[in-house]
Unconditional design. Structure first.
Lengths: 242, 478
């Protein structure tokens, strides 16, 4: 294990404001591994909402804020592929014309890790001693899977959970239709896409759908609940701390 | 007459969502070709990394475009072919009509060509009293139906065989059948007459080759080769970006293109044409014309943010994997280019504000990038369109045009996110305010506007009473 004694926890805004239990699970998993978890208290949002909506100067201000808050970290861990992809790939783009900030952005980008990536690739762990009796299916979030190339890591972690049976749904790597503001701007299209995802989840006969991004999971959960399904959604951190 | 149209994205999308036949057809094409193409890249002897090689070849050709086009034109002219550089669709159409008039052309057979859709050539020919016949089976079907292509390489994907059966019974006078083989035979015999009668063949061009001075056409039906070799005159129209430096580049790019388009190792027919038939050649046209079309492409070439879209070889692979295209089909994107590539290209050709629903109406999932045979970063350009519309871009002569309500919302959110205390205060207020909202098994059932868009078909997990960081702080104090 590399000698990290301390990691900085970048809390995605959806975790901070809607799903704090996911944040608590992340802290628990990391602390159980003997790591000190630092949560910078001033953090808010990485700026992805502004960036994806075209408001780059706003996004730049939030990026500067993020970089300032996190640049002294040894390693930054975040339970969202989407937020990590923002920092890793889009921050450097935002500061293309500003060499000083570009360097700082790249330094931060080099030490940010998505939660499952950190556990599997950095710490080389796949069995954390968790137990969870259920049949689970895994949803690949697009930014995590395609932009960061992370799809094996969460599955290895899930297979390491005692009592958990992992079943693959059809088209696990197909978009759930969330797309951030897309889901509100074009609700009919978004709904049609999430309906396919939910159909595939239900066909898998899993009782839990696990993911690594609360944006996608909020979308899937919302549709499942509307249909009266009892299938639960869980962030992978919640499965790993049981 | 340039024929770029961006219509009512939302309305057309909604209609498509309600069209069950279309939904089945789209799901079928994506389930088959979309997945098979990804598998086909894996089977490349060089591995899927060949897509990046293809990208480099395309970008390199774009950087040398002026030289390559001149080389192509010189070689075609040296063989007795005519070359015309058309600044826009109008100029291209004028040249086509003049050529047709000089040759007293009454009937034209066409190979499938998106660039002729882009300039509205068929309408122009009809207006001039010339009858164009589409000879690609899919294009033939939609021409009979009086419709437009809804997919770049599978133009009639929105039609079932029953619909085609009724159409053929009506227009070709054959007894009704829905047997695909019988329908294809009927189209074949109807088209055979057209090939014999045509005075001119009009085709597009997949990729020209500067080194040898040829244009190429790829097809699976043999119809393009018939269109280029049977009529007296062959006129090819190519977008000016569709060229490679060397013949060996085709060995990479056509294998990629065929995989992206139809998960094939190589298209069934690849034809090279570079001039009229020589004195000792039995086959081939008496006249050969090449129209090289700009129509906004120079402007895109000069724009470093969007130059990459000119790498596109129009294979349609991005349509076959896009979750949005998979639901709304081709028509919502306007005309002529559908799917993710249309969402980038149509606004560049028709105007950013007119096309804003195209680039905002994508989920940014990135499937299109992985499917692209030449690795075009379409999501990057969707984002670049958004930024240019919202903030303007002096270099591209674009003024900012953000929607007022959204601007207030986004700026408000950003302001909150710049101040943790304000952010928490806003959260706490909203968390209190949401108590009155109706719930179902713990989730909110109905939200007020603008969030009502979310609760139209989904419930929503309510805000936590306190933020994660507030909780943490409280725990630490204990």
């Amino acid at each position: 294990m590399p000698d990290f004694s301390k990691v900085s926890f970048f809390v995605p805004c959806l975790v901070d404001t809607i799903y704090p239990e996911v944040g608590r699970s992340v802290v628990k998993v990391l602390e159980n591994l003997g790591l000190e978890v630092d949560c910078p208290r001033e953090q808010t949002c990485c700026g992805q909402i502004a960036f994806n909506s075209g408001y780059r100067s706003r996004a730049r201000r939030l990026a500067e804020r993020f970089i300032t808050l996190f640049e002294d970290a040894e390693a930054i861990v975040c339970p969202s592929g989407s937020c990590v992809a923002m920092v890793k790939h889009q921050y450097p783009l935002l500061f293309q014309a500003d060499p000083a900030w570009l360097k700082r952005a790249r330094d931060v980008a080099a030490k940010i890790f998505e939660f499952t990536q950190f556990l599997v690739d950095v710490l080389d762990l796949t069995e954390l001693g968790a137990r969870y009796s259920c049949t689970a299916t895994y949803h690949d979030s697009c930014h995590l899977n395609r932009h960061l190339g992370i799809h094996r890591q969460p599955r290895r972690l899930l297979r390491g959970i005692q009592g958990l049976r992992l079943v693959e749904m059809e088209d696990a790597d197909r978009c759930c239709g969330f797309g951030g503001a897309f889901s509100m701007k074009y609700p009919d299209i978004s709904l049609a896409i999430v309906q396919d995802k939910v159909d595939n989840i239900l066909a898998s006969k899993a009782d839990i759908v696990v993911g690594c991004d609360m944006g996608c999971l909020m979308n899937i959960q919302g549709r499942l609940n509307r249909l009266g399904s009892s299938v639960q959604v869980k962030h992978i951190a919640q499965m790993l701390c049981e | 007459m340039t024929n770029i149209e961006i219509g009512a994205y939302r309305d057309v999308a909604l209609k498509s969502l309600q069209n069950q036949t279309l939904q089945q057809a789209l799901s079928c094409v994506q389930g088959r070709i979309g997945k098979a193409a990804s598998y086909a890249y894996q089977q490349l002897p060089e591995g899927p990394g060949l897509r990046q090689v293809g990208h480099e070849l395309r970008m390199q050709a774009l950087l040398e475009l002026d030289v390559l086009l001149q080389e192509l034109a010189d070689q075609v002219r040296s063989r007795g072919g005519k070359v015309f550089f058309a600044a826009d669709g109008d100029a291209a159409i004028r040249y086509c009509l003049e050529t047709a008039a000089k040759n007293r052309v009454k009937q034209v057979v066409k190979g499938k060509s998106m660039v002729t859709e882009e300039i509205g050539l068929n309408e122009a020919l009809l207006n001039a009293g010339i009858e164009p016949t589409e000879t690609d089976l899919g294009e033939f079907i939609i021409q009979l139906a009086g419709e437009r292509p809804s997919h770049i390489i599978a133009p009639a994907i929105h039609k079932t065989r029953q619909e085609v059966g009724r159409l053929f019974a009506d227009k070709l006078g054959i007894p009704y059948t829905e047997d695909p083989a019988a329908l294809t035979r009927a189209a074949r015999s109807a088209l055979r007459e057209k090939f014999f009668a045509a005075d001119m063949g009009i085709t597009g061009c997949n990729l020209a080759c500067a080194e040898t001075g040829h244009i190429t056409t790829l097809s699976n039906e043999g119809n393009i080769r018939m269109s280029t070799s049977m009529p007296r005159v062959h006129l090819a129209i190519m977008g000016m970006e569709r060229i490679t430096a060397k013949l060996e580049d085709h060995a990479v790019l056509f294998r990629l293109l065929s995989r992206g388009a139809a998960a094939q190792s190589l298209a069934t027919y690849i034809s090279y044409a570079g001039g009229p038939a020589g004195p000792d050649e039995i086959d081939g046209p008496e006249e050969f014309h090449l129209v090289i079309l700009d129509n906004g492409r120079s402007r895109i070439l000069a724009d470093p943010e969007f130059r990459e879209i000119l790498c596109c070889v129009r294979c349609g692979a991005c349509l076959n994997v896009c979750p949005v295209y998979g639901k709304i089909g081709g028509y919502a994107y306007g005309h002529p280019y559908a799917g993710p590539v249309g969402a980038v290209l149509n606004p560049l050709l028709a105007g950013l504000e007119k096309g804003k629903d195209l680039f905002f109406g994508e989920t940014l999932c990135g499937a299109c990038r992985d499917a692209c045979p030449v690795d075009i970063d379409l999501p990057r350009m969707l984002l670049a369109h958004r930024a240019r519309l919202i903030e303007g871009d002096a270099r591209a002569n674009c003024r900012a045009k953000a929607g007022a309500m959204e601007k207030i919302a986004l700026q408000g959110w950003s302001k909150l996110a710049e101040h943790r205390k304000l952010y928490e205060a806003a959260h706490n207020t909203a968390a209190l305010g949401q108590r009155a909202l109706p719930r179902k098994t713990g989730l909110i059932r109905r939200m007020p506007p603008p969030f009502s868009a979310w609760t139209k078909g989904r419930d929503l997990q309510p805000l936590a009473p306190r933020t994660f960081l507030q909780d943490l702080q409280k725990k630490d104090r204990r």
